[in-house]
Design a protein around this ligand. Structure first.
Ligand code: GLY
Ligand code: MN
Ligand code: MN
Length: 441
């Protein structure tokens, strides 16, 4: 959702208010080489986008706070007629001046010269210390020159990780951000439900992937939010299975973890359904158990609760379910204490989601204390159960089954709202969507 420029300007102001003095540098993403002279599809840097809404590559935000006040400067690429023939038009300096509510706009070419002036008298530089090392080292080089210049009395000596500031802001989503996630989920819903309708024995996993991604693109999503997982049968037990190159087999379940990115916001949904259209009794027993766990964990979401509490609840309920079904033997307390269930549920209950599918946001405060959920936070809840086909410690009927059920939840003042509530999930809903036609031979 395109927001009014003043919202971005206010976000920049809010970041500046988090520091006493210093310069904040946030570069846009740059194209990455895929091979030789071809590039990966361009994806804007999430923090740069959050603070500007600008989608061009090779730009930079410079925000400054000093005793004299706050300053917002944007650097963009100049218009270039020759390049425009190949890569299209850019906004350019004059276009950017008209669009953005910043104090100044310069061409990227002027960056070093302007920085050499701006950084005089500045102590603190807030910058991404980890993911843009080349850029960071370039800035260090400029600061070093100032450091050795005897005429410069004060130059930067303190470099701080700027992402930590922005991540805190990104944790609480505005009404507009939640609406954008809901639009992403509306598209993702069609993709998952179509996959349930068209899946059949003999189809390759990548055919379902293609169908899902076609629906993403055809509905205005520019990309998936992460690599689509289509995992038939035992492949679902590989958590990050993205080969998607096996045939779907009659009698197997298929796990699909797929979500589109719509206007820079992610969705992250997993559904698991039978290739044949009907769950076998063993599949149904496991599925119903995981679903009940998921519903109970979601029901516990409210302001004040910690994510670790949700993790604990999820593990307890899954353990109890696994013991009841004869997958693990032992007393609940002992099983939990010894972590015997981790073999079958090795991952977290969920994660923050927003501009990134795993949103860059802290789980602990600066003192290391775990955060409590607050209204506006968006997280996934994704319990799973993964039983390898060779696991002889488990009754045969359960082997080779991998199940995950994942929804996207926003915390509200009174509890929560499941933003993906509408995507078929109960056994009855899934079976009525899955046609499960056996192809003619
Ligand atoms: N699709 C990535 C995840 O569920 O975390
Ligand atoms: Mn997830
Ligand atoms: Mn997922």
């Amino acid at each position: 959702m395109k927001m009014h420029e003043k919202h971005y300007a206010n976000r920049r102001k809010s970041v500046l208010k988090m520091i006493d003095e210093g310069v904040i540098l946030i570069p846009a993403a740059i194209y990455q080489i895929r091979s030789n002279d071809t590039e990966y599809p361009f994806r804007q840097n999430s923090n740069f986008y959050y603070l500007s809404g600008f989608e061009e590559d090779n730009a930079l935000l410079l925000l400054q706070r000093s005793k004299k006040g706050m300053k917002q400067i944007l650097f963009v690429q100049k218009k270039d007629r020759a390049k425009a023939v190949w890569t299209g038009k850019r906004l350019g300096v004059s276009g950017a001046k008209k669009r953005f509510l910043v104090d100044k706009v310069y061409a990227m070419e002027a960056l070093d010269k302007i920085l050499s002036t701006v950084l005089r008298g500045v102590q603190n530089v807030y910058i991404d210390l980890y993911d843009r090392k080349e850029f960071f080292h370039h800035i260090l080089g400029l600061c070093q020159t100032l450091h050795h210049d005897r005429r410069v009395k004060v130059s930067p000596k303190c470099f701080l990780h700027v992402n930590s500031l922005i991540e805190q802001m990104r944790l609480i989503k505005s009404h507009d951000e939640i609406a954008t996630i809901e639009r992403a989920l509306a598209i993702t819903a069609v993709a998952h439900e179509t996959a349930m309708k068209v899946a059949k024995e003999g189809m390759f996993e990548y055919e379902l992937q293609a169908k899902i991604e076609e629906i993403f693109r055809a509905n205005g999503a520019r990309s998936d939010a992460y690599s689509t997982i289509v995992a038939g049968g035992n492949n679902a037990n590989t958590l990050h299975y993205i080969a998607n190159d096996a045939k779907l087999r009659q009698g197997d379940l298929v796990l699909i973890d797929a979500g589109c990115e719509y206007e820079m916001y992610a969705s992250d949904i997993t559904r698991t359904f039978p290739v044949s259209g009907t769950f076998s009794p063993a599949q149904k027993a496991l599925y119903e158990m995981v679903l009940q766990v998921q519903l109970q964990v979601i029901a516990a979401i409210r302001p004040g609760i910690r994510r670790s509490k949700l993790q604990k609840l999820c593990e307890e309920k899954l353990c109890a379910g696994m013991i009841a079904l004869g997958i693990i033997k032992g007393r609940l307390k002992t099983v939990l204490k010894n972590g015997m269930h981790k073999k079958y549920f090795p991952h977290g209950v969920g994660h923050w989601m927003g501009i990134d599918v795993h949103d860059q946001a802290p789980y602990n405060d600066e003192q290391g204390k775990e955060l409590r959920l607050e209204p506006g936070m968006v997280l996934t809840i994704e319990p799973g159960l993964y039983i390898d086909k060779h696991d002889k410690s488990v009754p045969k009927r359960y082997r080779g089954i991998g199940i995950r059920i994942e929804d996207n939840i926003v915390v509200t003042a009174t509890g929560h709202r499941n933003l993906s509530q509408h995507i078929a999930k109960s056994v009855a809903e899934i079976e009525s969507l899955c046609v499960g036609v056996t192809p003619a031979r």
